[in-house]
Design a binder for this molecule. Sequence first.
Ligand SMILES: NC(=O)c1ccc[n+]([C@@H]2O[C@H](COP(=O)([O-])OP(=O)(O)OC[C@H]3O[C@@H](n4cnc5c(N)ncnc54)[C@H](O)[C@@H]3O)[C@@H](O)[C@H]2O)c1
Length: 250
Amino acid sequence: MSGGRLSGRVAVVTGAARGIGRAVTTAFAEDGARVFALDVLADEVGAVAAALRAKGLDVTARTMDLRDPDDIARTFAAIEAETPGIDVLVNNAGVIFFRPVEAVTVEEWDRLLDINLRGPFLCIRAVAPGMKARRRGAILNVSSNAGVKGGNDESAYCASKFGIEGLSRALAIEFAPYNVSVNTVTPGHPVHTAMSETTYGPENRAIWKDPIEIAPAFVHLALQDASGINDRYVRAWDLVQELRAKGDIA
Ligand SMILES: NC(=O)c1ccc[n+]([C@@H]2O[C@H](COP(=O)([O-])OP(=O)(O)OC[C@H]3O[C@@H](n4cnc5c(N)ncnc54)[C@H](O)[C@@H]3O)[C@@H](O)[C@H]2O)c1
């Protein structure tokens, strides 16, 4: 909506067809951002964008496969060319599998690392020149509990999320002189998504929430420059409670 806190900002969200990415796309657009919703699922991301546009929101779908470096470069170049420049990047798309390490094939390892870690690197590489030149931007990399502690049969996923943490810590230092914030975000509360349908047991299923409930944390982080919340591992649910207690959100 015009007049929203993200009014005038261009945001790109990966993995926008489903789950957390769809919720973040919705919250950004409702707060006034011009959002480019990227996903490998062409029909689903198209439907997400169409439904939001029907509500008068500024959302454009683009089909992009994070495994394909050329596709990433083309997609970001096109968005940079048709806008004043990307202000917010949310590296959200991700995949997971559980397998004892001796059963993990090279193909499975590479596919997961390509989507969860190399893809975000390539998206950041694509936005870096513009953000640095304009001295404006926020990068949000979606992490996990698995980015700070190990999990059973999750060697590839943990490696990718610890990798996202390392990438983000390094980039927070690199981008700080350009006033660009770099944070990692973990849901901080069980959320109901296609991914968590495959990962959660009964305890988490009993309390899981719609991912739209953690989306206000992403809006808040999208508004940060390097002097604000920066170089942090943020638990989205906790930040939402903090913002609610301060009266910053309803
Ligand atoms: N759901 C959870 O409980 C949970 C917990 C911690 C962290 N996370 C992280 O949150 C992020 C989003 O997870 P979610 O639960 O919403 O998952 P989800 O499966 O609901 O959605 C993931 C999206 O990523 C897209 N995607 C997958 N491969 C892609 C590719 N090659 N190119 C482009 N897009 C691709 C999918 O199509 C899908 O729309 C992930 O990074 C995940 O690791 C999720």
